[in-house]
Design a protein around this ligand. Structure first.
Ligand code: PLP
Length: 383
């Protein structure tokens, strides 16, 4: 797939492969890696990340919604896929047909879904809410009721049980430990232990023993990003960032004292200044709050001045550069680097939100074996 604009994301598939490989080495042999590729693989590109993760030591995939799972099946991916979020009971038949596993936690849901499964079998993972407060059964009684229906009705296959941690990325492990032991208790109270028993996200998989269970759900760290700044210093292996964002200068001009830049004329030059225009704006996910953030151009960091527009923004240069000069907004250029975490800090958010927010208008280029371009995804042209 081609693209016809000078703004793009590069996704380093070798980095993804290395992160999954390192996780594989850290885990006991009986523990499977479920690669979490929801939200278009946290903005990286689900198809390529999924294929790379599966080739590097992951054995299954997880997404948030059934649509995301179906899109992966359409790309020819046959590995087990689990939908982590709630699906509609009337879609159970579609999931069963495509061999996609769904998350269950309500008796009524199971009874209704059963009506859409005539002659088909749906694999389900039972979700326990041990403290996240999102979805899942909260008591042993609820667990037993849901398990009973799953075991009794031939349209269901009890494939897994899981929970999700709220604070595995925090230094204080009190709630983590409480959730962990509550989950262990729930698993012990099952009539039948299903093939998949999993609770760890990246933070828990990297920090704590998962040997009582046999799978981990590996998301943010697969992309080379730390689950939180707090646990960065205690990670068991270095993570390699896969995501970078680049553009090229479209216009360079000199402005003079009193001249203003962009909507609202909020930036005013105090003397002679060189200004470059970049073809990226808030419709690309480069949001207005990033005004003032620096980008790397020609071996220097240059600040964004004035308001970020929908499709363009302006930076102040130390010296003029040629039209077409590459500007790096996230990632490395020469000896300089702007990590995803720097943007997250500027936006007072988490790194997850940064990569997810770079919109589908920005094409993704997938790099493999050094710098070979494996493919390009451009939803704008793909339609
Ligand atoms: C249920 C569930 N499991 C696993 C993950 C992966 O978490 P992480 O990206 O922190 O590894 C997520 C992500 O939010 C999730 O919602």
């Amino acid at each position: 797939m081609a693209f016809y604009r000078d703004t793009w994301v590069e996704v380093d598939l070798d980095a993804i492969s290395e992160n999954v490989g390192n996780m594989r080495q850290l885990l006991p042999e009986h523990t499977q890696i479920i690669a979490v590729v929801k939200a278009n693989a946290y903005g990286h590109g689900a198809e390529y990340v999924a294929k790379t993760a599966l080739a590097s030591g992951a054995s299954a995939l997880a997404v948030a919604f059934l649509d995301e799972a179906l899109a992966l099946r359409k790309k020819g991916i046959t590995a087990p896929i689990l939908v982590l979020g709630a699906a509609r009971p009337e879609d159970a038949g579609v999931a069963a047909e495509e061999n996609i596993s769904l998350t269950v936690f309500q008796k009524d849901w199971l009874e209704e879904a059963g009506r859409y499964l005539t002659g088909r079998k749906l694999s389900v993972h039972l979700k326990c809410d041990t403290g996240m407060g999102r979805i899942g059964v909260r008591t042993l009684q609820e667990l037993k009721e849901v398990e009973k229906i799953v075991n009794q009705q031939s349209c269901f296959y009890f494939e897994g049980i899981f929970t999700h941690f709220a604070t595995a990325d925090e230094i204080d492990t009190t709630l983590y430990e409480k959730q962990y032991s509550q989950f262990q208790d729930m698993v012990l109270n099952l009539e039948h232990r299903p093939p998949y028993v999993h609770c760890a996200n990246s933070a828990a998989a990297l920090r704590f023993d998962q040997s009582p269970f046999n799978a981990v759900r590996f998301g943010i760290a697969m992309y080379g990003l730390s689950p939180s700044p707090a646990i960065k210093p205690v990670l068991p292996f270095p993570l390699k960032e896969a995501f970078s964002l680049h553009t090229k200068v479209t216009h360079v001009k000199q402005i003079h004292a009193g001249d203003t830049v962009s909507y609202g004329a909020t930036y005013q030059a105090s003397g002679d200044e060189w200004i470059a225009t970049l073809p990226i704006g808030y419709a690309d996910g480069w949001i207005r709050r990033l005004s003032g953030q620096e980008v790397i151009i020609d071996g220097e960091r240059a600040p964004i001045v004035g308001r970020i527009c929908m499709d363009q923004c302006m930076v102040k240069l130390a010296r003029p550069v040629a039209v077409g000069t590459k500007a790096t907004l996230i990632g490395k250029q020469g000896d300089l680097s702007i990590p995803v975490d720097e943007i997250a800090e500027k936006l007072e958010t988490i790194n997850y939100e940064v990569t997810c927010s770079i919109s589908s208008r920005v094409p993704r280029i997938f790099l493999k074996n050094g710098n070979d371009v494996a493919d390009v995804s451009n939803p704008v042209l793909e339609g």
